[in-house]
Design a binder for this molecule. Sequence first.
Ligand code: 1HN
Length: 354
Amino acid sequence: MSDATVAHSLEELERRLGGLSLRGQWQADANRPQNVRKGSNGAVHIEPIPAGRAHAWRWSDIVPILQYACKAMPESYTARRALILHNPGLPRGTTHTMLSSIQIVKPGEIAWAHRHTINALRFSIQGGPKTYTIVEGRKLSMEPYDLLLTPGWTWHDHHNDSDHDAIWLDGLDVPFTLALNQSFYDELGEIAQQPGPADSLGPLMFRPSPSQQGEAMRPLRYPWAETLRAIEARGGEPVDPLNGRMVEFINPRTGGSVLPTLRCRVQILPPGFEGRLQRHTSSTILFVISGEGSVRLDSGDIAWGKHDTFALPNWAQHRFVNASKREPAVLFTMDDSPILFAFGYYRSECETAP
Ligand code: 1HN
């Protein structure tokens, strides 16, 4: 019997494709979760389902478990004593692109020197002039609410020469870098780098990694005192109905985000603020510096207070609310929008004015 006389079925086609390491476009990702909507003319419209869950990690839960971790794991230099804020709706990470952890370094401890292609930052919570990170030989002190950068492939080790526990929020592009399969990691082989003098944007004492020559001349520490000054200088500007007031940390060399993958900002919600409903394709991790409020989502309200951290998935509808009529709420935020801007993926929507 010639092939032309045999019935041609889709089932048989797909079976044959499979045997040839081929796949029909119509078969691709058929089981992938996504929002599919049909227009009145039957046309199909697809958009993402938010990746992972909106979730808050309470400072009141974090502090005792950090103390427990110090007892259960006495030396921080065997590894980073960092508790990862694991999104309950994801296989890894705090959002699908970013990972945050809360790290504690006890008095006298050193978290030893390493480097990785993963971009990282720290937002200091508890620290002082004797708590510092050495990044490419530059000694960066960690006072409360200072922002410190360890751009990809820069050596970094953390030190606590004070007599108080040092605690900070880490922020890294771990899930994004792993998804691209670009994770390289080196240990220095010594506990710490030889530091230069305290960082003042002065001459660099440690020879930078070749790929980081350009990073040598940029600030890697954004002291809170200066951030506060920038916030105060912007105090008279109109309040954005979505986000309140936003002050962005920028890389002065490029005018862009502080890290190639992560944008950092401080968000101020004035007393009584109730933001418009909005969503965007970037995901965000927010840390509460001061104040109390909530983020209202389709799934309900998530309340937050001082030093809580929360994750906001991409494309999740939300509005920001400051619960206080008297005090502003001040949040440190990091998001993955630079990745989306770079490739033209960034989109946002908001409720129009009432
Ligand atoms: C890391 O290198 C640090 O250097 C902190 O302090 C947290 C979480 C995942 C992967 C690497 C650090 C981290 C991390």
